[in-house]
Design a protein around this ligand. Structure first.
Ligand code: SF4
Length: 169
């Protein structure tokens, strides 16, 4: 079961989208330098389809994307909720901020428009750092996946790099 601590409407986390970002708890990653250690605890409200729909209904007119922030303790559930939500709200993009370097192979990422992977390592920095180890990928309408990490450094002129497949362990 997934739980979440809180949510916010954000503009930077997913490029060109107005995003309902849901902070999922029980994070197993223990990244060095984590700024959100409260998310390590198994706290908060259950995040099931009813709860998701309730949030989306409240903010639907103003958002273009829903982002699952975390959920690595139960990645199948994250993928399943994204699939259900995308099927019902076809106009909304789906995003996932995973703290894993590689996603589990048995988890389908087909319903995500954006996926961020990579542990947070303070010495390398987050997505907007030139030295970051993290990657943001975007699925294009034709199914190809591109690495758009450079966009976080305001460098949209960089021709983004096609990714053969989303990293999976
Ligand atoms: S993925 Fe890493 S940075 Fe994010 S909440 Fe978990 S431990 Fe912290």
């Amino acid at each position: 079961m997934l739980k979440y601590a809180n949510f916010d409407i954000v503009f930077q986390e997913v490029p060109d989208e107005v995003t309902l970002a849901i902070n999922i708890t029980n994070c197993p990653n223990q990244c060095p330098g984590c700024h959100s250690k409260y998310l390590w605890e198994n706290i908060g409200k259950e995040l099931d389809m009813n709860e998701l729909e309730s949030l989306v209904t409240q903010y639907q007119s103003g958002i273009t994307c829903v982002c699952f922030m975390g959920g690595d303790a139960d990645p199948k559930e994250v993928a399943d909720l994204a699939k259900q939500l995308k099927t019902k709200y076809t106009n909304l993009k789906m995003a996932w901020y995973s703290g894993k370097n590689d996603l589990p192979q048995n988890v389908s990422t087909d319903h995500f428009d954006y996926i961020k992977v990579g542990r947070y390592m303070a010495e390398l920095g987050a997505l907007d750092s030139a030295t970051t180890n993290q990657r943001m990928m975007k699925r294009l309408a034709d199914g190809r996946v591109k690495d758009i990490t450079a966009w976080f450094r305001k460098n949209k002129k960089v021709d983004f790099v096609e990714v053969e497949k989303i990293p999976a362990e």
